[in-house]
Design a protein around this ligand. Structure first.
Ligand SMILES: Cc1ncc(COP(=O)(O)O)c(C=O)c1O
Length: 418
């Protein structure tokens, strides 16, 4: 496509220096007791930094010393704790959100050539997880105020013919519930790509795969809760849960934990061709440790987003995405829409020279060569996404930021815009 975005540089600067992050207190009433960690040059504001505490490190060290580092008791405990937090029956921990999406795609048992609707505005794996099972991605337009799927565009695509739909809760903002109703009426199964949405809620409660095939979460390094790499498939359906447990272990009837446990049976059967998608205990324990303080980390993100929104009002021509704050958002991203006349690449570069990391969420799937050759586009095309393609920018947002960091980011953005 003629107007594809230039490759973006996501990392701002070098990595020199250490910053003492012990007991960050910034007058907001929040105190984060953090382990001293490498967070870039003293005055760098990175786009995303994982908040790792001494408790996290102790938890990982304990597993390292335990004699069992891959999937086992820690993973089972994480599944139970996540199920309790989300209020659902079935949580299957996975090696990534991508693995969870691939599992959901396999559970749908679609015929080759099945048409699977995906937002044009998402990360590649939302669509690739289904394409790798023989589906044709159908790229659907977004609502320009949220960057989430447009209900009208979904309706049009469903009328044209979809075998399944994947929704993405972009930036942690739940999709418009009307989309579930449209799909339910047409008998189109829905999978939730909830990579950004741990802790997000809509009128069904916390996003947890309610009324859909399931929700797929990510615990990747930049996510609100991280264990470096990891994910989970969450579902209300016991058959999908049983399928997922086997599918993530190559399709074996019994996983290593039950085979090697004292008195376990070393033999197994292979019931289908699955994937290697299990989450090791070494990472599960980090996710458990983070889950214990997840509500506080989320509270802090909300405080920072509120402050960003207040400060960004000072910048002419800049608006926040979503335009209206969604109170059920997981506040995963702080996205702004830049004035149309601005060269985003220049802004990214200027911010980087000031030590401020930014990112772009997302490039449209239609910009990538593979999708151009292998995807369909929903009826009516993707005009909203196309018109925003070069205007959005993600500002730093993570639970180690302070209000004064937000002030600096907004001030520097103002200078970069001239
Ligand atoms: C919307 C979306 N879906 C899926 C993924 C894939 O997550 P993971 O890296 O855990 O596979 C990402 C990754 O950032 C994402 O942003």
């Amino acid at each position: 496509m003629a107007d594809s975005a230039l490759p973006v540089e996501l990392e701002p600067r070098g990595n020199a220096g250490r910053r003492d992050l012990l007991s960050l207190v910034d007058g907001t009433g929040f105190e984060l007791d953090l382990t001293e960690q490498d967070s870039g040059a003293a005055d760098d504001i990175r786009f995303a930094v994982p908040a790792i505490t001494d408790d996290d490190i102790d938890a990982v060290t304990k597993v390292l010393r335990s004699g069992w580092i891959t999937t086992g008791a820690e993973c089972l405990a994480l599944e139970d704790e996540l199920a309790e937090y989300l209020g659902v029956e079935h949580v299957i921990a996975m090696s990534s959100c991508t693995a969870a999406l691939e599992t959901a795609a396999a559970a749908l048992a679609m015929k080759p050539g099945a048409r699977v609707g995906v937002p044009v505005w998402t990360f590649v794996s939302t669509a690739l997880a289904f394409a790798s099972h023989g589906a044709i991605p159908v790229l659907i337009d977004i609502d320009p105020t949220t960057l989430n799927l447009s209900p009208q565009a979904v309706k049009d695509a469903v009328e044209e013919g979809l075998d399944a739909l994947v929704v993405v809760h972009f930036g942690g903002v739940p999709v418009d519930p009307e989309i579930y109703a449209i799909c339910a009426d047409a008998g189109v199964p829905v999978v939730e790509d909830a990579a950004h949405a741990l802790g997000a809620s809509d009128d069904r409660g916390l996003i947890a795969g309610r009324g859909t095939i399931g929700a797929c979460f990510s615990f990747y390094a930049t996510k609100n809760l991280t264990c470096a790499e990891g994910g989970a498939l969450v579902t209300e359906d016991p058959e999908i849960a049983a399928f997922a447990r086997s599918f993530r272990s190559h399709g074996m009837s019994r996983d290593a934990w039950t085979r090697y446990a004292p008195g376990g049976n070393a033999l197994y059967n292979l019931v289908m061709p699955g994937i290697k998608g299990n989450l090791p205990d070494l990472l599960a324990t980090l996710a458990r440790s983070q889950l214990r303080r997840f509500p506080e980390m989320q509270q802090r993100r909300r405080m920072l987003v509120d402050h960003y929104r207040e400060r960004l009002e000072d910048l002419d021509g800049v608006s926040c995405v979503p335009t209206e704050q969604h109170l059920g958002s997981a506040d995963h991203l702080m996205v702004v829409k830049l004035p149309r006349y601005v060269d985003r690449q220049c802004v990214i570069h200027r911010m980087a020279t000031k030590g401020i990391g930014t990112s772009v969420h997302f490039q449209r799937l239609s910009e990538f060569a593979w999708f151009q050759d292998n995807a369909h586009v929903g009826p009516g095309g993707t005009p909203a996404a196309d018109s925003l393609a070069r205007q959005v920018l993600s500002l730093p947002l993570h639970s180690l930021l302070r209000r004064r960091d937000v002030d600096r980011v907004v001030d520097e953005l103002g200078h970069a815009l001239g």
